[in-house]
Design a protein around this ligand. Sequence first.
Ligand SMILES: Nc1ncnc2c1ncn2[C@@H]1O[C@H](COP(=O)(O)OP(=O)(O)O)[C@@H](O)[C@H]1O
Ligand SMILES: [Mg+2]
Length: 255
Amino acid sequence: MILYVDHNIKKHLSSSPSLFTQMMALQGITFRKEAGRLTQAIAIDGQSYFIKQHTGVGWREIFKNLLYGRLPIISAKNEWVALQKCKTLGIASPHVYGYGKQGINPAQIRSFVLMEALQDARSLEEISCHWKAFPPSFALKNQFTMKVAQITRTLHDAGINHRDLYICHFLLKDQTLYLIDLHRAQIRKRTPSRWRIKDLAALYFSSMDIGLTHRDRLRFMRAYQKKPLNAFSKMEHTFWEWVKKRGEKLYCEHQ
Ligand SMILES: Nc1ncnc2c1ncn2[C@@H]1O[C@H](COP(=O)(O)OP(=O)(O)O)[C@@H](O)[C@H]1O
Ligand SMILES: [Mg+2]
């Protein structure tokens, strides 16, 4: 069993049952409930936190993933590791206050990750939902475009791909743009092109209805590649064509 809980939080919990059991039993406001996984806003001693509690995915889910050539996410470890990596890369993300994992049977691992609640934060999806009807200033739109491109590039260049990179997973709080939901993130030495494309397509798709212009997208591409458009190689142009194609496909699938 692995268990870490910030000592300032620990002191507000009782000595029995075990700390792990208490963390897994915490209840608050449910934000997401999936089979074997619960995302909640909770309070400990009047302080707000977010907790993701995993109660085991089951063999069915494991086999289903393996059948499609995917490695299943069987615990909160992924998010815990990815959140720490983000911190070292200077990508703003919720601070981790606790992590625990119990069990060896992959289908029944119980785990949690406890993190800072970004209170009064607004997602980029909420912020931009009226941009089509009421366009923001160029400066504001450009600021977000550059920041999202920079976060995405930093993540990818460090060998991380997010796998849920929609604009709803960028939260703005006190002028800082945070990246959240690293539950499915993968970490490698290098991020293969297909995984970069998948993340960028998710961004493309989730920003299709917010009134971005072709020029905004070109600005994003330049910032992500860190070079002017006329310096893009043929391969890089093809790469961005794939991003667009996959993004549009996602959009059609969601209509
Ligand atoms: N640390 C946090 N601070 C504030 N809101 C959060 C935080 N973590 C998650 N949320 C909210 O809960 C929602 C679900 O969390 P998310 O991390 O996306 O989990 P899931 O993997 O279940 O989709 C988010 O879209 C966001 O609205
Ligand atoms: Mg999510």
